[in-house]
Design a protein around this ligand. Structure first.
Ligand SMILES: C[S@@+](CC[C@H](N)C(=O)[O-])C[C@H]1O[C@@H](n2cnc3c(N)ncnc32)[C@H](O)[C@@H]1O
Length: 259
């Protein structure tokens, strides 16, 4: 994997290529449906059970606004809008992803190409900020959390699907992740759910679904993406694999409380 000095560009090209592929590949769509229960062009682990947990945190009303940090091509936000009729806002550094999001979702929708740490929104704009498998890209986690708190309305909720590192977490303790430490330092109350086992099962499902579609990936000329899925899920074939033993993933839920 390529790591560049400029954190803006960490995996940038890889994500541009990824979202270009998802735009055209019918096989990837079918793979996502089989692996995650719904096609949101997932690169991470956002399966439908996790996304449905977000719905509990969306208030009812006419003027509800949701922001997704690392929204990809917006399909997950589109699903949430379909269920709640909320306004959807998202940003991602991938131009290909944002072009698709703008094409797919044009009503009560606002998608921007931008970088974590640079992009900004007005204060008290969102009822819910969600970020699935993206906050670990933040060059400065404290700054990002402070921004999110500013962007949230009073009683607004931050919902985060999180693991540390790109794939390899540095810890298996939900209280000692970088994000948890920032919450503590900033005196932000949060709840955390350990979804490590669920994520491990999901990796197995991802591998099965990829193998099911291997021929179709090959026919489409997307063998590289099939190989990537094999690499991503290789750990489930060996119970002694370091990643399988150390992986940890959490859902963090924090509320903006003003006394
Ligand atoms: C692991 S993917 C998760 C995508 C999606 N949220 C999901 O659950 O499938 C990480 C996403 O963050 C975006 N991303 C990575 N680094 C970023 C940065 N510095 N600023 C903005 N977006 C970034 C990528 O383009 C990608 O869409």
């Amino acid at each position: 994997m390529r790591v560049m000095n400029n954190t803006k560009l960490l995996f940038y090209e890889e994500y541009e290529q990824f979202y270009k592929m998802t735009e055209k590949s019918k096989t990837f769509e079918s793979f996502c449906r089989d692996a995650f229960g719904q096609d949101f062009s997932q690169d991470g682990f956002s399966d439908i059970n996790q996304i449905n947990r977000i719905l509990r945190h969306i208030p009812s009303g006419k003027d509800i606004h949701i922001l997704d940090i690392g929204c990809g091509n917006g399909k997950m936000l589109g699903y949430l809008q379909n269920k709640t009729n909320a306004y959807i806002h998202g940003f991602d550094y991938s131009e290909n992803a944002i072009d698709t999001a703008k094409r797919l979702f044009q009503t009560k929708a606002d998608f921007k190409q931008g970088y974590i740490g640079e992009i900004d929104y007005p204060a008290e704009q969102f009822d819910l900020v969600v970020s699935m498998d993206t906050m670990y890209f933040a060059p400065d986690m404290e700054k990002l959390v402070q921004q999110i708190i500013k962007w949230l309305k009073k009683d607004g909720v931050l919902f985060v699907g999180y693991q540390e590192g790109d794939v390899m977490p540095k810890t298996d303790n939900e209280k000692t992740t970088i994000l948890a430490k920032v919450f503590d330092k900033s005196r932000i109350q949060y709840e955390v759910e350990n979804i490590t086992q669920e994520t491990y099962e999901l990796l197995k499902k991802k591998r099965e679904a990829a193998l099911l579609h291997q021929r179709d990936f090959e026919k489409e000329g997307n063998t590289d993406w099939f190989d990537m899925l094999m690499l991503q899920t290789d750990c489930v074939t060996d119970p002694y694999d370091v990643f399988a033993q150390r992986m940890a993933r959490y859902i963090y839920i924090a509320r903006k409380e003003i006394n």
